[in-house]
Every structure is written in structure tokens, then in C-alpha cells.
Design a protein around this ligand. Structure first.
Ligand code: PLP
Length: 369
């Protein structure tokens, strides 16, 4: 197709750098792939069984736009007990995983030229969805340990700022925002009447820290959650969000003409997934975090990831040479400029078998003379 037919807003978007690495990985024989953004375990058997039962029982048609009431009911109580967010059935929206939630929220809220504050480093979708909605991403560099730099934040808030995106536990950094930091952020948002989008896709993956939901203290928050990472169902496409009623209503309108609903059998399976205990997996991931952190901390500038399953590590030398040295050793990592306006770090995922982690550590340490 003639490139001229593509909209300016889509031309302004970048191709996903993580996808580019996936493509590269497919060309290398037996790569040590540290780029993966999904758990290395499979969907628990009981939940798989629930999906199969749902299909066999004929739950194969549309659900309500906002999702299956039984599932939303379960989510309402989960939000109260686990996140301290008090909401009701009407204000829980189940849709096509975390990406679907973000897409509906950004398109429901943003107008042309609105400013969206994004902490850098950031998860790739925030910038691209902002551009897709013709709004302007405004990046705020975080401190070296990836905590919020409040001085820089205050400098960029203008009358055009509409929302701030926060992601804890964070991809690509593994940083977990403590309650005190989120309280400080909530105060600034309240003073400036800003909306918060809080992406909590990795809420279950915290190692010693307590996950805190800003939506429990600031009511202009849209809190986004999903089953993709916690239950290893990235292909099933179920996630949910809650927030101010006006935004839920607007998202309902948008969804009626876009996603329509999340896949019905998988919504049924998620009724089981909400209560499914994944703490054993989390313990295993904590061990993986320890393997990576202890294996690399002597030779690399690395902050101990407190959550998610990523480490964002400073390049030990010139970035292009470093990435190509990794490739020469069959090792795939993601260059930091995929997640940042700068290119100072690289991301590795520790959602991998322990022996793969050990191999990667050996290669990385051998790169440093
Ligand atoms: N938010 C963050 C921070 C992520 O890392 C991801 C996926 O990597 C998503 C949202 C989207 O997840 P989903 O697969 O549920 O669309």
C-alpha cells in the first residue's frame, strides 16, 4: 500500500523495539533469550480446565461490553481486599488484557495536544498510545535508582497536563514505588487536578516490598490490572481496570466499536484465576531475581529489582558495541532506548530457567575485561 495513505498519527509511532528483538531472536539458532516479557511457567492446570469447560459448555458468545458479571463481582472484592480500592460492579471494566485497558483509557481521555507525563524509563505503550491519540508525551527522567524525581516532575506540569502514568512494579526497571512516594505523587496530582493511570500489571511480583495502589488514596486514578503476567496467560487477553465512572462510561462507548468484549471462555476461566494462589511462582521469581542480582552486581551498575521480572542495567561500555558483543555470544538483551529517550541501560528479563540465567551471567561478566 502507498505509504501516503497511512495517517500521520500512526506514522509518528515507533515499531516496538521488543518485537524487533523477537524477530532477531528467531534468526539466531538457540539464542540465550533474555528479552522475554512473560513468565516461564504455563497457565495453571485448573485454570486451563476452566477455559476448556467454558468452551464445551457453550460460553462462546459475546459477554457484556464491560465483561462477565461473575468475573467483575470477584474483581470488586479482590480490589477491596488486595488493593484497598473500593468500587462496584459498574465501575470495573474487563477487556482485552493490559494493552486493551490502556488503549481504551488513553483514547477515552486524551484530546489533541493534551500533555501526558511519563516517567522515563517507561513501558513502551505509554508513549505510543499518547502519540496515537495526538497528545504529547512529556518525559520525566527518574533518579538513578528509578524513583520519581519530584523536582523534575514539578517543572513540567503545565495547564495542558492531563494525566500522569505510573507503573509499579515497573517494566523495564523492576522498581517498586513505596507508599510514601505514591502519597507524595497523589498530593501533586490532587493540587494540579491531574488524572493518574496506574499500571499494576506486575502487582503480584514483589520481593519483600509491599505493593501499594495509588487508587486507594486518590480517586482520579484509573488502576489497570491483568492476568497476562500473574497467570502466564499473555495469549488469552484478559485484563481489567477501575476508575472514575465518567471514564468507565466513555471506555464502554469506545469498546462497543473496538474490542467489543474480552474472549468469553477466558473470562470464565479468570473467575477461577482471581483467587488462584500464585505465591509459589513468586518465590521462584524471587530466587531468579537473587541469581541475576548477585551474579551481576560486582561487575555491572545494577539496582536490585524489587518487583516484576526485569533488571535495567547500565551499559558497561559503548552501547552498540555492547549489544553486538552480546549477539556474537548468542545472548539477546533489549537496548534501553526501547524504553527511554536515552540509551544508557539495557534490559534483561529473569523470567527464564535458572540454568539460562547462569549462562547469561557468565557471558555478561566475561564481556567485562
Ligand atoms: N503494562 C506493562 C507494564 C507491561 O509490561 C505489559 C506487557 O508487557 C502490559 C502492560 C501489557 O500486557 P498485556 O499482555 O496484558 O496486554
Amino acid at each position: 500500500m502507498n505509504f501516503i495513505m497511512i495517517s500521520d498519527k500512526v506514522k509518528a509511532m515507533d515499531v516496538s523495539g521488543v518485537r524487533k528483538m523477537f524477530e532477531m531472536a528467531s534468526k539466531i539458532k538457540n539464542p540465550i533469550d533474555m528479552t522475554v516479557g512473560l513468565p516461564d511457567f504455563d497457565v495453571p492446570e485448573e485454570i486451563k480446565g476452566a477455559a476448556i469447560d467454558a468452551i464445551n459448555s457453550g460460553f462462546n458468545r459475546y459477554t457484556q461490553t464491560k465483561g462477565l458479571p461473575e468475573l467483575r463481582e470477584k474483581i470488586v472484592s479482590k480490589l477491596l481486599t488486595k488493593n484497598n480500592i473500593s468500587t462496584d460492579l459498574d465501575n470495573v471494566f474487563v477487556t482485552s488484557a493490559g494493552s486493551g485497558c490502556l488503549s481504551l483509557v488513553f483514547s477515552s481521555v486524551l484530546d489533541k495536544n493534551d500533555e501526558v507525563i511519563i516517567f522515563d524509563p517507561y513501558f513502551v505503550a505509554y508513549k505510543q498510545l499518547t502519540l496515537l491519540n495526538e497528545a504529547k508525551p512529556v518525559f520525566v527522567k527518574t533518579n538513578p535508582d528509578f524513583s520519581i524525581n519530584f523536582d523534575l516532575l514539578k517543572e513540567v506540569i503545565t495547564s495542558k497536563t492531563k494525566m500522569i502514568v505510573i507503573n509499579s512494579p515497573g517494566n523495564p526497571t523492576g522498581y517498586v514505588s513505596p507508599e510514601s512516594e505514591l502519597r507524595k505523587l497523589a498530593k501533586i496530582c490532587s493540587d494540579n487536578d491531574l488524572l493518574v493511570v496506574s499500571d499494576e500489571m506486575y502487582e503480584d511480583f514483589v520481593y519483600g516490598e509491599k505493593h501499594f495502589s495509588i487508587g486507594s488514596i486518590y480517586d482520579k486514578t484509573i488502576s489497570v490490572f491483568g492476568f497476562s503476567k500473574s497467570h502466564a496467560m499473555t495469549g488469552w487477553r484478559v485484563g481489567y481496570f477501575t476508575g472514575p465512572k465518567e471514564i468507565i462510561d466513555a471506555a464502554t462507548k469506545v469498546s462497543q466499536f473496538t474490542f467489543v468484549c474480552a474472549p468469553t471462555p477466558f473470562q470464565h476461566a479468570c473467575v477461577k484465576a482471581v483467587d488462584y494462589d500464585i505465591s509459589n511462582y513468586v518465590l521462584e521469581y524471587r530466587e531468579k531475581r537473587d541469581i541475576i542480582f548477585n551474579g551481576l552486581k560486582d561487575k555491572f551498575e545494577i539496582f536490585e529489582p524489587k518487583g516484576a521480572f526485569y533488571a535495567f542495567i547500565k551499559y558497561p561500555y559503548e552501547s552498540e558495541k555492547f549489544i553486538s558483543d552480546c549477539l556474537e555470544n548468542n545472548l539477546l538483551v533489549v537496548p534501553g532506548n526501547v524504553f527511554s529517550e536515552e540509551n544508557t541501560h539495557f534490559r534483561i528479563s529473569f523470567a527464564n530457567k535458572n540454568e539460562v540465567l547462569e549462562k547469561a551471567i557468565k557471558i555478561l561478566n566475561n564481556l567485562i575485561k
